[in-house]
Each structure stands twice: as structure tokens, then as C-alpha cells.
Design a protein around this ligand. Sequence first.
Ligand SMILES: [Mn+2]
Length: 322
Amino acid sequence: MILINHYIKALHKIFKADNILLVTHNRPDGDALASTCAMSELLIGMNKKFTAYCEDPAPQHYNFLPHIEKIITDKNKFNFSQFDLIITLDCGSLSRTALAREISNRDKNQFVIEFDHHPKIDDYSDLEIRYTESSSTAEILYHFFKVNNIKFNKNVANCVLTGILTDTGNFLYPSATDETIKIASKMLLRGARFPVILEHTWRNKSIGGMKIWGEAMSNLKINKKYNIAFTVLSRKDIIKHKASDEDLEGAAGFLSSLSGVNALLFLREEENGKIKGSLRTARPDIDISGLAAKLGGGGHPKAAGFVLDGRLEETKTGWKVV
Ligand SMILES: [Mn+2]
């Protein structure tokens, strides 16, 4: 790992800080939450005063993560200027923190550390710990703990393994390297509970959730020109199955197990007149993050996404965004 000095400096900054803000991205996923919880465990162990913040609430099924109840979603509950250290985790871009204005206009004495594995979009931190080859932010935190000789207790081990499992679709995606699997195995030796994590993050589907995945599968089509598989879920489908956002987590990754295509595009209508798009590819020679960026989004070479204004309309040949 190449960022040893960064890891040491990050811990030094934490040591010196009086009041710390942890921030993760809106609509948090397993890695975002697990990373925030692992960092919370460290700060509690160090007796540090801190606040953990995310714009949106954590999906219920992540309630098994230690300290998750401490993550607050109302930024009126704190005064941003009181923090001398801000740590962003897994955020991708500043716009997903819901604190873009505060962080950009921060005071000189407010230091920002960024832990992330998304490709760089904006330059806002004072100490950037970015490793895009990492499967997850949790995997980067593993190195941060390891380099600094911080003990992996059971709580940290569970968080690191949860972040890895959820961001790699249980080791299915190409982002899971031999290093990722080695780290996961070390976390098991430190007391992480693989079956418990799976039960909460994977074997947690509701009947509506299963049916909406079925709907997405039966809507699958292939665009022959680009050899891209695509599928859509209309607002009507989602309401019919009473499917929540949480029910759809992981669906795009699962659909990308279709063989023989270059990539998968999954579009779904959201309640606010927006369309959420997910792009996945399992091909080593294809980077779909560029296409996501062209559509105003971003992400990783193998897993990216975007949000469009509009709704979906079925045509004779497929679907269009209107
Ligand atoms: Mn992540």
C-alpha cells in the first residue's frame, strides 16, 4: 500500500483534534455506513468528541452495525464551525455529502481528511486518501488501522467485512482482488461474523423485493448495436410491489451476471420525477464510468451511476426518457 505517510498523518490529525465530524454520502450503502461505524469505533476508543452525519437515514437492515444509531441525518443538530476536523468517508463527490457549501467555505483551521475509493471528482480535502483500486472504503480503512497498529476488535472487523462484502456483491464483482479476500479472511479471524453480515445484507429480501427483482429480470432486453443489456422499472412496478429503495440495493450487480454482454444498464423511476440509472460491466477491457460521467453521474470503471430528470416511456423499439 502506497499511502503509508498519509495514514500516519491522518491518525496524528485525529489525535490532535478536539471535535470531529464524520460524513458519508447520501443514500448510504453498506460501505458508507460500515466505514462510518468503523471510524466511530476508533474515535470512541480514543475518547474523542465527534458527530457522525449522513443526509439520509441508514436502511433498517444495517442496524446490526456498531454505533449506527449515532449517525444523525439533521444537520441543524450541529454547528459546522465547531469542528476542527472533518472526515469524509466513501463520498465520491462533495455534492453527495450535503455539506458542500460548508466544506468549501470552511475556516482555515478546519482540516478535511478524505477516505475514498471513487475516482476523483472534486478537489476539496486537505489530506486525500484515495485508492481507486480498493474494493471499498472499508478496505482502505483496514490499511489505515493496520499501518497505525490499531487493534482490530470485533466491531472493526465486522465493519470492514461488511463494507467489503456489500461493495463487492459478496466477492462477485471484479473489484474483489486477492488482497480484498485476504483482508476479509483476516477480519474473520478477528471475530467478524460472516453469516450474521450476510443475513442482514443479503438474505434480507422481502416478498415485494423479490418480485421487483423478478420484474427487472423479465424486462431485460439486449441492445444489439452496442451489445448492452438493459432493463427498466417504472414507478408503477415499484408501487405495485411496494418495493423500497432498500429492496433494489444490489439488483444491478445481480443483473450484471448475465453472460455475453458488454454492459448492463438498469433504469428506474424515482418518486421525485427523476430516473436513477445504474451501469455495470464485468468486462475487464470496458470502463463504463465515462458514460456515467457524460450523463452527469460518476463511479467506478465497473460500477457507475447517474440520475436524470424525466420519466420512462415505452416505445415500439424499447424505452425512452421523456
Ligand atoms: Mn464504497
